[in-house]
Design a protein around this ligand. Structure first.
Ligand SMILES: [Zn+2]
Length: 264
């Protein structure tokens, strides 16, 4: 079977294991069903997720011009502490920023290779954790806007990492930790104005089960700009990565805006 379309990150559904889906325009693929099958990926061209043109993708599925223009790519996305919609201050499009920033946000701890702190809209839980390949996670605070979540993350980053080691995540060099204990240790560092939102006894560690038949010992990332065609047997899916038998891993999210053909 052949499928073609512009890549977007896989959508997911919590389950044992997690279910992954890929929208390929006329077809909706259940990626879990491709496990143990040979898949050929061929790069065709770019299609910016905003202007739709065949221009080299810069970041987040956008071409360079769109990345610096679209409200979906403002600095407050990657740095929540820069959020200003609660002050009625516009970055690129105040209405859009209000709709995104002025809603419940969660600061969490996720363990994908090491414990890291992160911020997400409440509506994105557990999607965000799945996308990061975390095998366990816990909520620390739930606040009414993105700014409060951002300043909490900045304060906690002094005491815990905010990065994932994706190599360890994909080779499964991970430990099970008591995230409740980690959460209690960090509680004292939460900024004073956010203290009332601390989820003391109200959050529970969530375990996530990824569809991986076998973890590779060594991995190498597929770079579609350099290697425009690749084929291999799919042996796992974790985070937004497809993991192949020969140790090649493909980060679907990094290739948003690329039109590819998939042959199964
Ligand atoms: Zn564009």
């Amino acid at each position: 079977m052949k499928y073609a379309g512009v890549l977007r990150k896989m959508s997911t559904e919590l389950g044992n294991p997690i279910q992954y889906y890929l929208d390929m325009e006329s077809d909706f693929l259940v990626v879990n069903q491709l496990l143990n099958k040979k898949i050929e990926i061929t790069f065709q061209k770019y299609q910016c997720l905003s202007c739709g043109e065949d221009k080299k993708i810069f970041r987040q599925g956008f071409c360079y011009d769109c990345f610096y223009k679209m409200p979906q790519a403002g600095d407050w996305i990657m740095r929540p502490e820069l959020s200003q919609a609660h002050l009625e201050i516009e970055d690129r499009d105040l209405e859009f920023e209000k709709s995104m920033q002025l809603q419940p946000h969660v600061v969490y701890l996720a363990n994908s290779s090491n414990v890291k702190v992160g911020v997400t809209r409440k509506a994105q839980i557990p999607t965000r954790w799945i996308d990061q390949g975390a095998h366990e996670a816990i909520e620390i605070v739930e606040v009414p806007n993105r700014y409060l979540a951002g300043i909490t993350e900045v304060a906690l980053k002094e005491h815990v990492s905010d990065k994932t080691n994706w190599r360890k995540m994909l080779t499964n060099e991970v430990k099970d930790l008591d995230l409740n204990m980690e959460k209690e240790k960090l509680a004292q560092f939460i900024p004073e104005e956010v203290q009332p939102y601390f989820k003391d006894l109200h959050s529970k560690e969530v375990e996530l089960d990824f569809p991986v038949l076998q973890y590779p010992k060594k991995i190498k990332s597929l770079n579609l700009d350099k290697t425009q065609q690749y084929s291999g047997v799919l042996i796992g899916i974790k985070g937004q990565y497809l993991i192949f038998e020969d140790g090649i891993v493909f980060n679907v999210r990094n290739y948003e805006g690329y039109i590819v053909e998939l042959k199964v």
